[in-house]
Design a protein around this ligand. Structure first.
Ligand code: NAD
Length: 511
């Protein structure tokens, strides 16, 4: 949830630690003219960056990887101060960023290599065919507040590796980590192809106005606006949006593993992960036992603000507006007959909300239909596998899901019946760590994918087709002037030859 853009003459955003309200920094609100100037400068340097080729860019990406590893403690301090995360959660972002840099730096050359397909069409059989992957000059990357350091990395590293220049617009709630991100790139002396635009939604609009491709991560509501703005400019975009991810616990599941995994998947980062477990369907025979185990797990979680001490499992939410949204979902459910068997209300003085397990919920409550993005796990008893699948699919979202069963084949079979972009069997969140797999939402959870091998870097490229003659001594080609009946006949016989080849492949005799 974006902080509302205040109607003030302010030229800066004050950043606060949501765990205690203290001021931790400030960034400028960049106006459309500032953003346009930055994009112009990126355009000046991008051709040289592209010309370096994947090998030349690899040098800078790996140098930057060293910078991230050398500065991991400081990065963690900064992102912890603006998110209210406990140390254990905050300290994952720098290592994950370093690994993403490694992945794209080492694979870009292979993924971007020219391709030379053999012509299927007889009309081009005499040609050498080449597909070249050329980057969009300026990629706008717009990010939310839940992972302020690694979230930009998840998308912009592939864009840089592709040879694009990147204009990063971080969330107004957590811009300080992005300041560090770009500072590091400058500090290593890398070419100036990564720039920062801080501000509210209007700054995001200006980024779209000046980019050639937009990679957006955030809420479905804002994603819709981004899609419209990109359509107006006729530029492509990729949208990673919200979710309401179901967990299906089957009667043959290892209940200890399921309860542990779902506690982590639902409460990790205070539930502020796009692929958090947001609703759980449990087969009737194991419902009571599973619920007892899950509740015991959740009750054990330690919540608080720990600076560098690794003392807590759960921190605060990212801001008070988010805390109020979570409270709204829980209060509405309880008013309609649900029960919080643990947690259920805000706690402490900052943006903390107790880790909460809800029961007696039904499919129409807001806590089951809308993304909560908080430390809440609503649990529902179902008759059987079929009902679990039906209810899991009964959502406007389709980001990810988890299935819990001792029978792995059964889990993978059920995965293919779930209408979501990723399914983790007997685990949570694991797809995000598997860079070789595509990550993307179905339905209102997104358009396009990130990561996923070659597709994850080629998305930042415009494929260019190049043809040249394989037989350069030919005086003229068959389709050139002069136009003639002979040419038409030749075209028809080439088409017949192609059709004959096609039917032969099906085992049918050509006429
Ligand atoms: P948000 O949509 O409010 O804001 C995201 C970004 O968009 C911010 O930088 C914001 O300033 C900017 N923005 C706002 N209005 C804009 C406009 N009109 N044009 C361009 N940019 C604009 O999202 P949030 O509250 O910061 O983040 C939480 C959401 O992000 C949740 O819904 C979560 O599920 C989603 N998310 C999705 C993924 C994923 O991979 N699918 C990952 C993380 C978070």
């Amino acid at each position: 949830m974006t902080a509302v853009q205040p109607k003030t003459e302010a030229t800066t955003i004050t950043v606060r630690n949501p765990a205690d309200g203290s001021v931790v920094g400030a960034v400028p609100i960049e106006m459309p003219a500032d953003v346009a100037a930055k994009a112009r400068e990126l355009r000046l340097f991008q051709p040289e960056w592209e010309a370096l080729g994947p090998r030349g860019r690899k040098h800078w990406l790996l140098t930057y990887q060293d910078w991230v590893l050398d500065n991991a403690e400081h990065i963690t301090d900064v992102l912890q101060s603006e998110t209210g995360k406990p140390r254990s959660e905050a300290s994952i972002e720098a290592p994950l960023t370093a690994t993403l840099l490694d992945y794209w730096a080492r694979h870009a050359e292979q993924f971007l290599a020219d391709e030379h397909p053999r012509s299927f069409s007889p009309f081009a059989v005499t040609k050498k065919l080449t597909t070249v992957y050329r980057p969009y000059p300026v990629v706008g990357v717009i990010t939310p507040w839940n992972y302020p350091f690694v979230m930009p990395a998840l998308d912009l590293v592939a864009a840089l590796a592709a040879g694009a220049a990147v204009l990063l617009k971080p969330s107004e709630v957590t811009p300080l980590s992005a300041v560090e991100f770009v500072r590091g790139w400058t500090e290593i002396g890398a070419p100036p192809v990564l720039a920062l635009a801080t501000g509210y939604g209007d700054t995001g609009v200006a980024v779209i106005d000046n980019a050639d491709f937009v990679q957006f991560t955030g809420s479905t509501a804002t994603g819709r606006k981004v899609a419209v703005a990109c359509a107006e400019r006729l530029i492509p975009c990729s949208l990673e949006l919200g979710g309401k991810d179901p967990a299906l616990v089957l009667a043959d599941a290892d209940l200890d593993r399921a309860a542990n995994g779902i506690a982590w998947g639902g409460m990790g980062n205070s539930g502020q992960i796009c692929i958090s477990v947001e609703r759980v369907y449990v087969e009737a025979p194991v419902y009571d036992e599973f619920l007892a185990k899950l509740t015991a797990n959740v009750r054990q979680l330690r919540q608080g603000q720990d600076d560098r001490k690794f003392a807590f499992d759960i921190g605060s939410l990212a801001n008070m507006a988010q805390r109020d949204k979570v409270k709204g979902h829980v209060d509405e459910a309880i008013a309609a007959g649900a029960r919080a068997i643990t947690g259920g209300k805000p706690t402490g003085t900052g943006a903390f909300f107790e880790p909460t397990v809800l029961v007696d919920v039904n499919q129409s409550m807001t806590c089951m239909t809308e993304e909560t993005f908080g430390p809440t796990i609503p649990v529902v008893k179902v008759a059987d596998e079929a009902e679990a699948i039906r209810l899991a699919n009964d959502s406007k979202y389709g980001l990810s899901a988890t299935v819990w069963t001792r029978d792995r084949e059964r889990g993978e079979r059920i995965a293919r019946r779930l209408n979501v972009g990723a399914v983790n069997v007997n685990d949570v969140l694991s797809n995000i760590f598997a860079f070789d797999l595509p990550m993307g939402g179905w339905k209102e959870s997104g358009v396009g994918t990130r990561l996923g091998g070659a597709a994850g870097i080629r998305k930042y490229c415009r494929p260019q087709a190049i043809t040249s003659p394989r037989i350069p001594t030919q005086a003229k080609e068959i389709l050139w002037y002069p136009a003639s009946r002979r040419r038409t006949k030749l075209a028809l016989s080439l088409a017949r030859a192609s059709a004959a080849r096609g039917v032969r492949r099906l085992g049918i005799k050509p006429r």
